[in-house]
Unconditional design. Sequence first.
Length: 256
Amino acid sequence: MIPAWLHYLSVGFLGLGLVCALGIAADEWNRPQRMWIMNVVWPVTALFGTVLWLWFYVRYGRLGSKAAIASNKMASNKMAPDKMAANHKDGAHKTSKPFAVMVAEAASHCGSGCTLGDICAEWLAFFVPGIAVWLGWNQIFAEKMFAVWVLDFIVAYIFGIVFQYYTIAPMRQLNVVQGVWAAIKADTLSLASWQIGMYGFMAIAHFWIFRRVLGVELSVNSVEFWFMMQIAMLCGFVTSYPVNWWLLRAGLKEAM
């Protein structure tokens, strides 16, 4: 049996995530991001990151808005030539964010695609159970969850490639084929590492916390499931962070 405190805690955190996402979206209405895809990334990541990602957006995400970048350019134009050259050399004309923050943004960018993909895939499998059968449930996998994970990965990967394409292609001025290939190289390892963390926690939640400890099944149509997914996404962020660090250092991903 699911305890009442867990039910109310789940409702509270899901509501908090929605409020934070709506707050960021409202702020972006007045401060649109330079890269339009980030207008999607920030609210989506707040769905699981709640107040932490809201703070992250206010502290660093706003630096990527058109207004902030235009203001920085105006300030740079007023500098003495020697200072302008130094800032250009140091990259201060591009960003004032620490590299660790840029890595977190890159991981969040990946996580937003994973979040949207997992939401769509989980509900699709819930309303159309035959999809899980097509993906191996009862033939390859005894647990329906494992077959749905295949769908999760496929849909999240599609979202991830689209998100990366609209980040990398405009920045590097690539054509469609070049942009898609660059997106594949940038997102494959990042998404896989994110899903490892997410799957790992969801397995713990499904098999141990709910089935063994509480004696109930964790169902998609419950607030507890999506609260567990919030935690799972945070685990995905942790497992993908070092991978995104390497991808940025290697030049395979672009800083946001």
